[in-house]
Design a binder for this molecule. Sequence first.
Ligand code: UT7
Length: 333
Amino acid sequence: MSKKTPFNAYVSAVGHYFPEKVITNKHFESYLDTTDDWIRTRTGISERRYLEKDQPTSYAAVRAARMILEKRGISAKEIDLIIITTVTPDMFYPSTAARVQNELGAKCWGFDLSAACSGFIFGLNTAAQFIENGTCKKVLLIGADKMSSIANMEDRNTCVLFGDGAAGFLLEPTEDKTIGVMDALLHMDGSGGEFLCQPGGGSLNPPTHETVDKKMHFVHQEGKVVFREAVKGMADISVEIMEKNGLTSEDVAFLVPHQANLRIIQATADRMGVSLDKVMININKYGNTTSCTIPSCISEHFYEGKVKKGDNLILSSFGAGFTWGSILLKWAI
Ligand code: UT7
């Protein structure tokens, strides 16, 4: 499917950053009523990484950005636009994008984009449009989250699931309409909001002693409901984008699913008829890093030499909102 725009947006460089501090399942076993076996078999997670207390989301984002710039061999001053997708901004304002811009020494404009676990997919479609219509030549898109800052470490239902990290792309224009961001299907259904949210701290429930005592500033998730919706949402959208673009499972080099639960990933791959060796997975090492899961999978696989020019990648996600979507990305480097 060719777009009716002057350019396609292609990924010219990719990078990621994970903190050094490793938190194994044994850590949670030591003080919660949980086991390594439960966490691994129910989620696929063995360990995750945490930023230090004094390292905000931008700390990870800047390091992923530096890797991207170094790999592309350009200076930060050449970036036209910075988009940070996150649900754990350093603060409500200024945006994390502004803080990243300042640390990088970039001279461009930018903004944060909030779509929870679908943040990177929504961000990629947004970033691509600035390139496709000729407005920007270099867009830096980073998915970054410090989930450890909003996880209730006393709640076994949620704290074991999440980790911290950042990863992203540099997007640039090409006149070759057969590569880059080829298609996007994005959805939102706000009626699912209550099932996965951070209820306190915003204008609905401004921070008070009471909201803190009630732990409203932490992740709230009704896991079973989200699980059911995620299996359906991610599998359906992945099959739909394949069919819409006339692709069979043979044509797909990799499914790149959001990493929330290995069982959701397996169900999605099954529905697509894609074997698990063609599914990018890093949930075992990092847990659910929200905006960072999809780009970090791609970055790690790319630098391991597993992603080749011309590969069809199907990026799919489901998360809070509810938000979900899928992007067909034809790899170009
Ligand atoms: O990234 C955004 C989208 N998020 C997702 O897609 C996450 C979707 N949900 C899930 O991945 C799963 O629902 C969870 C991993 C969160 C939970 O797995 P589950 O198989 O759905 O477990 P459950 O919530 O049905 O809980 C089963 C039991 C419960 O005990 P009872 O009520 O049956 O006695 C839980 O309290 O497992 C218990 N449980 C735990 N047990 C040991 C929940 N968490 C733990 C734990 N260790 N860490």
